[in-house]
Design a protein around this ligand. Sequence first.
Ligand code: SAM
Length: 277
Amino acid sequence: MPLTSPRPRRKKSLGQHFLTDPNTIRKIIASADLDPEATVCEIGPGRGALTVGLCQSVSSVVAVEMDAELVHYLHPLTESCLNLDVQHGDALAFAYDRLPEGTVVVANLPYNISTPLLFRLLEHRDRFSRLILMLQWEVARRLAARPNTREYGALSVITQYLTQETTLLFKVSPTCFSPRPEVESAVIRLVPRQDTNQEETAGFLRTVRTAFRHRRKTMANSFREAGWALPGVHAALDQAKIARTRRAETLTVQEFSVLATILQHTVPNHDALPKNG
Ligand code: SAM
């Protein structure tokens, strides 16, 4: 059924930039490589640009939209697409654990909250087989960045640790949206890891966030400033075969993983480290 009711007023505060380019819409859906039996979770269906194609590709689509007027606007679509369930709510608070295992996330994310949303989705990674996300080009570059580059930081290391694959797929021009965003966009594919345990992950996050706290200093100094005893930190770095003079942006994800495990077992006040960087 066509969406004929008047379009709701656009709400800038909700990061509403609607996709209008049919080619980009097709490319995003093709990138998801959807199995007809799959469940898709779409965050922010907006006016349904991606939703219609998703409903034609899989057996079930759960779409979470914060804007009540857009939920109302999409109502006729739910009458013609019986496999579409539009949920009114905040994607940052949505109960992802109710989705079936293997769900694929496909979303043109609201850019103002793309990073917290990404972390929220990765917290629930046991539900998802992959995530196809559109976000700002700069953020996408940071997610996929390699060590010793300007873009490489805590966001890159944490995302790459929690996924088996983080791939920047393609760039999208502002002309593909209405209204046009001020920045360029990109589509990325994330394939979550399913083999991390909660305690290990918490230790890894604390280590990485602390290490990147002072980018211009050596990591050892960043840890010291966070309240760690330097001898313990030096011993952990030596055991991990990481030179004491290294800065955080030179370490690979694997090196961070080794270091975090050693720190967690050898430095007594590891748990006292700040949780958020
Ligand atoms: N998917 C549509 C498209 O591609 O044209 C809309 C994408 S638009 C960039 C982001 C969408 O996310 C908007 O519909 C907006 O209302 C919705 N949104 C913003 N914040 C949200 C939140 N916290 N939870 C759920 N949806 C949200």
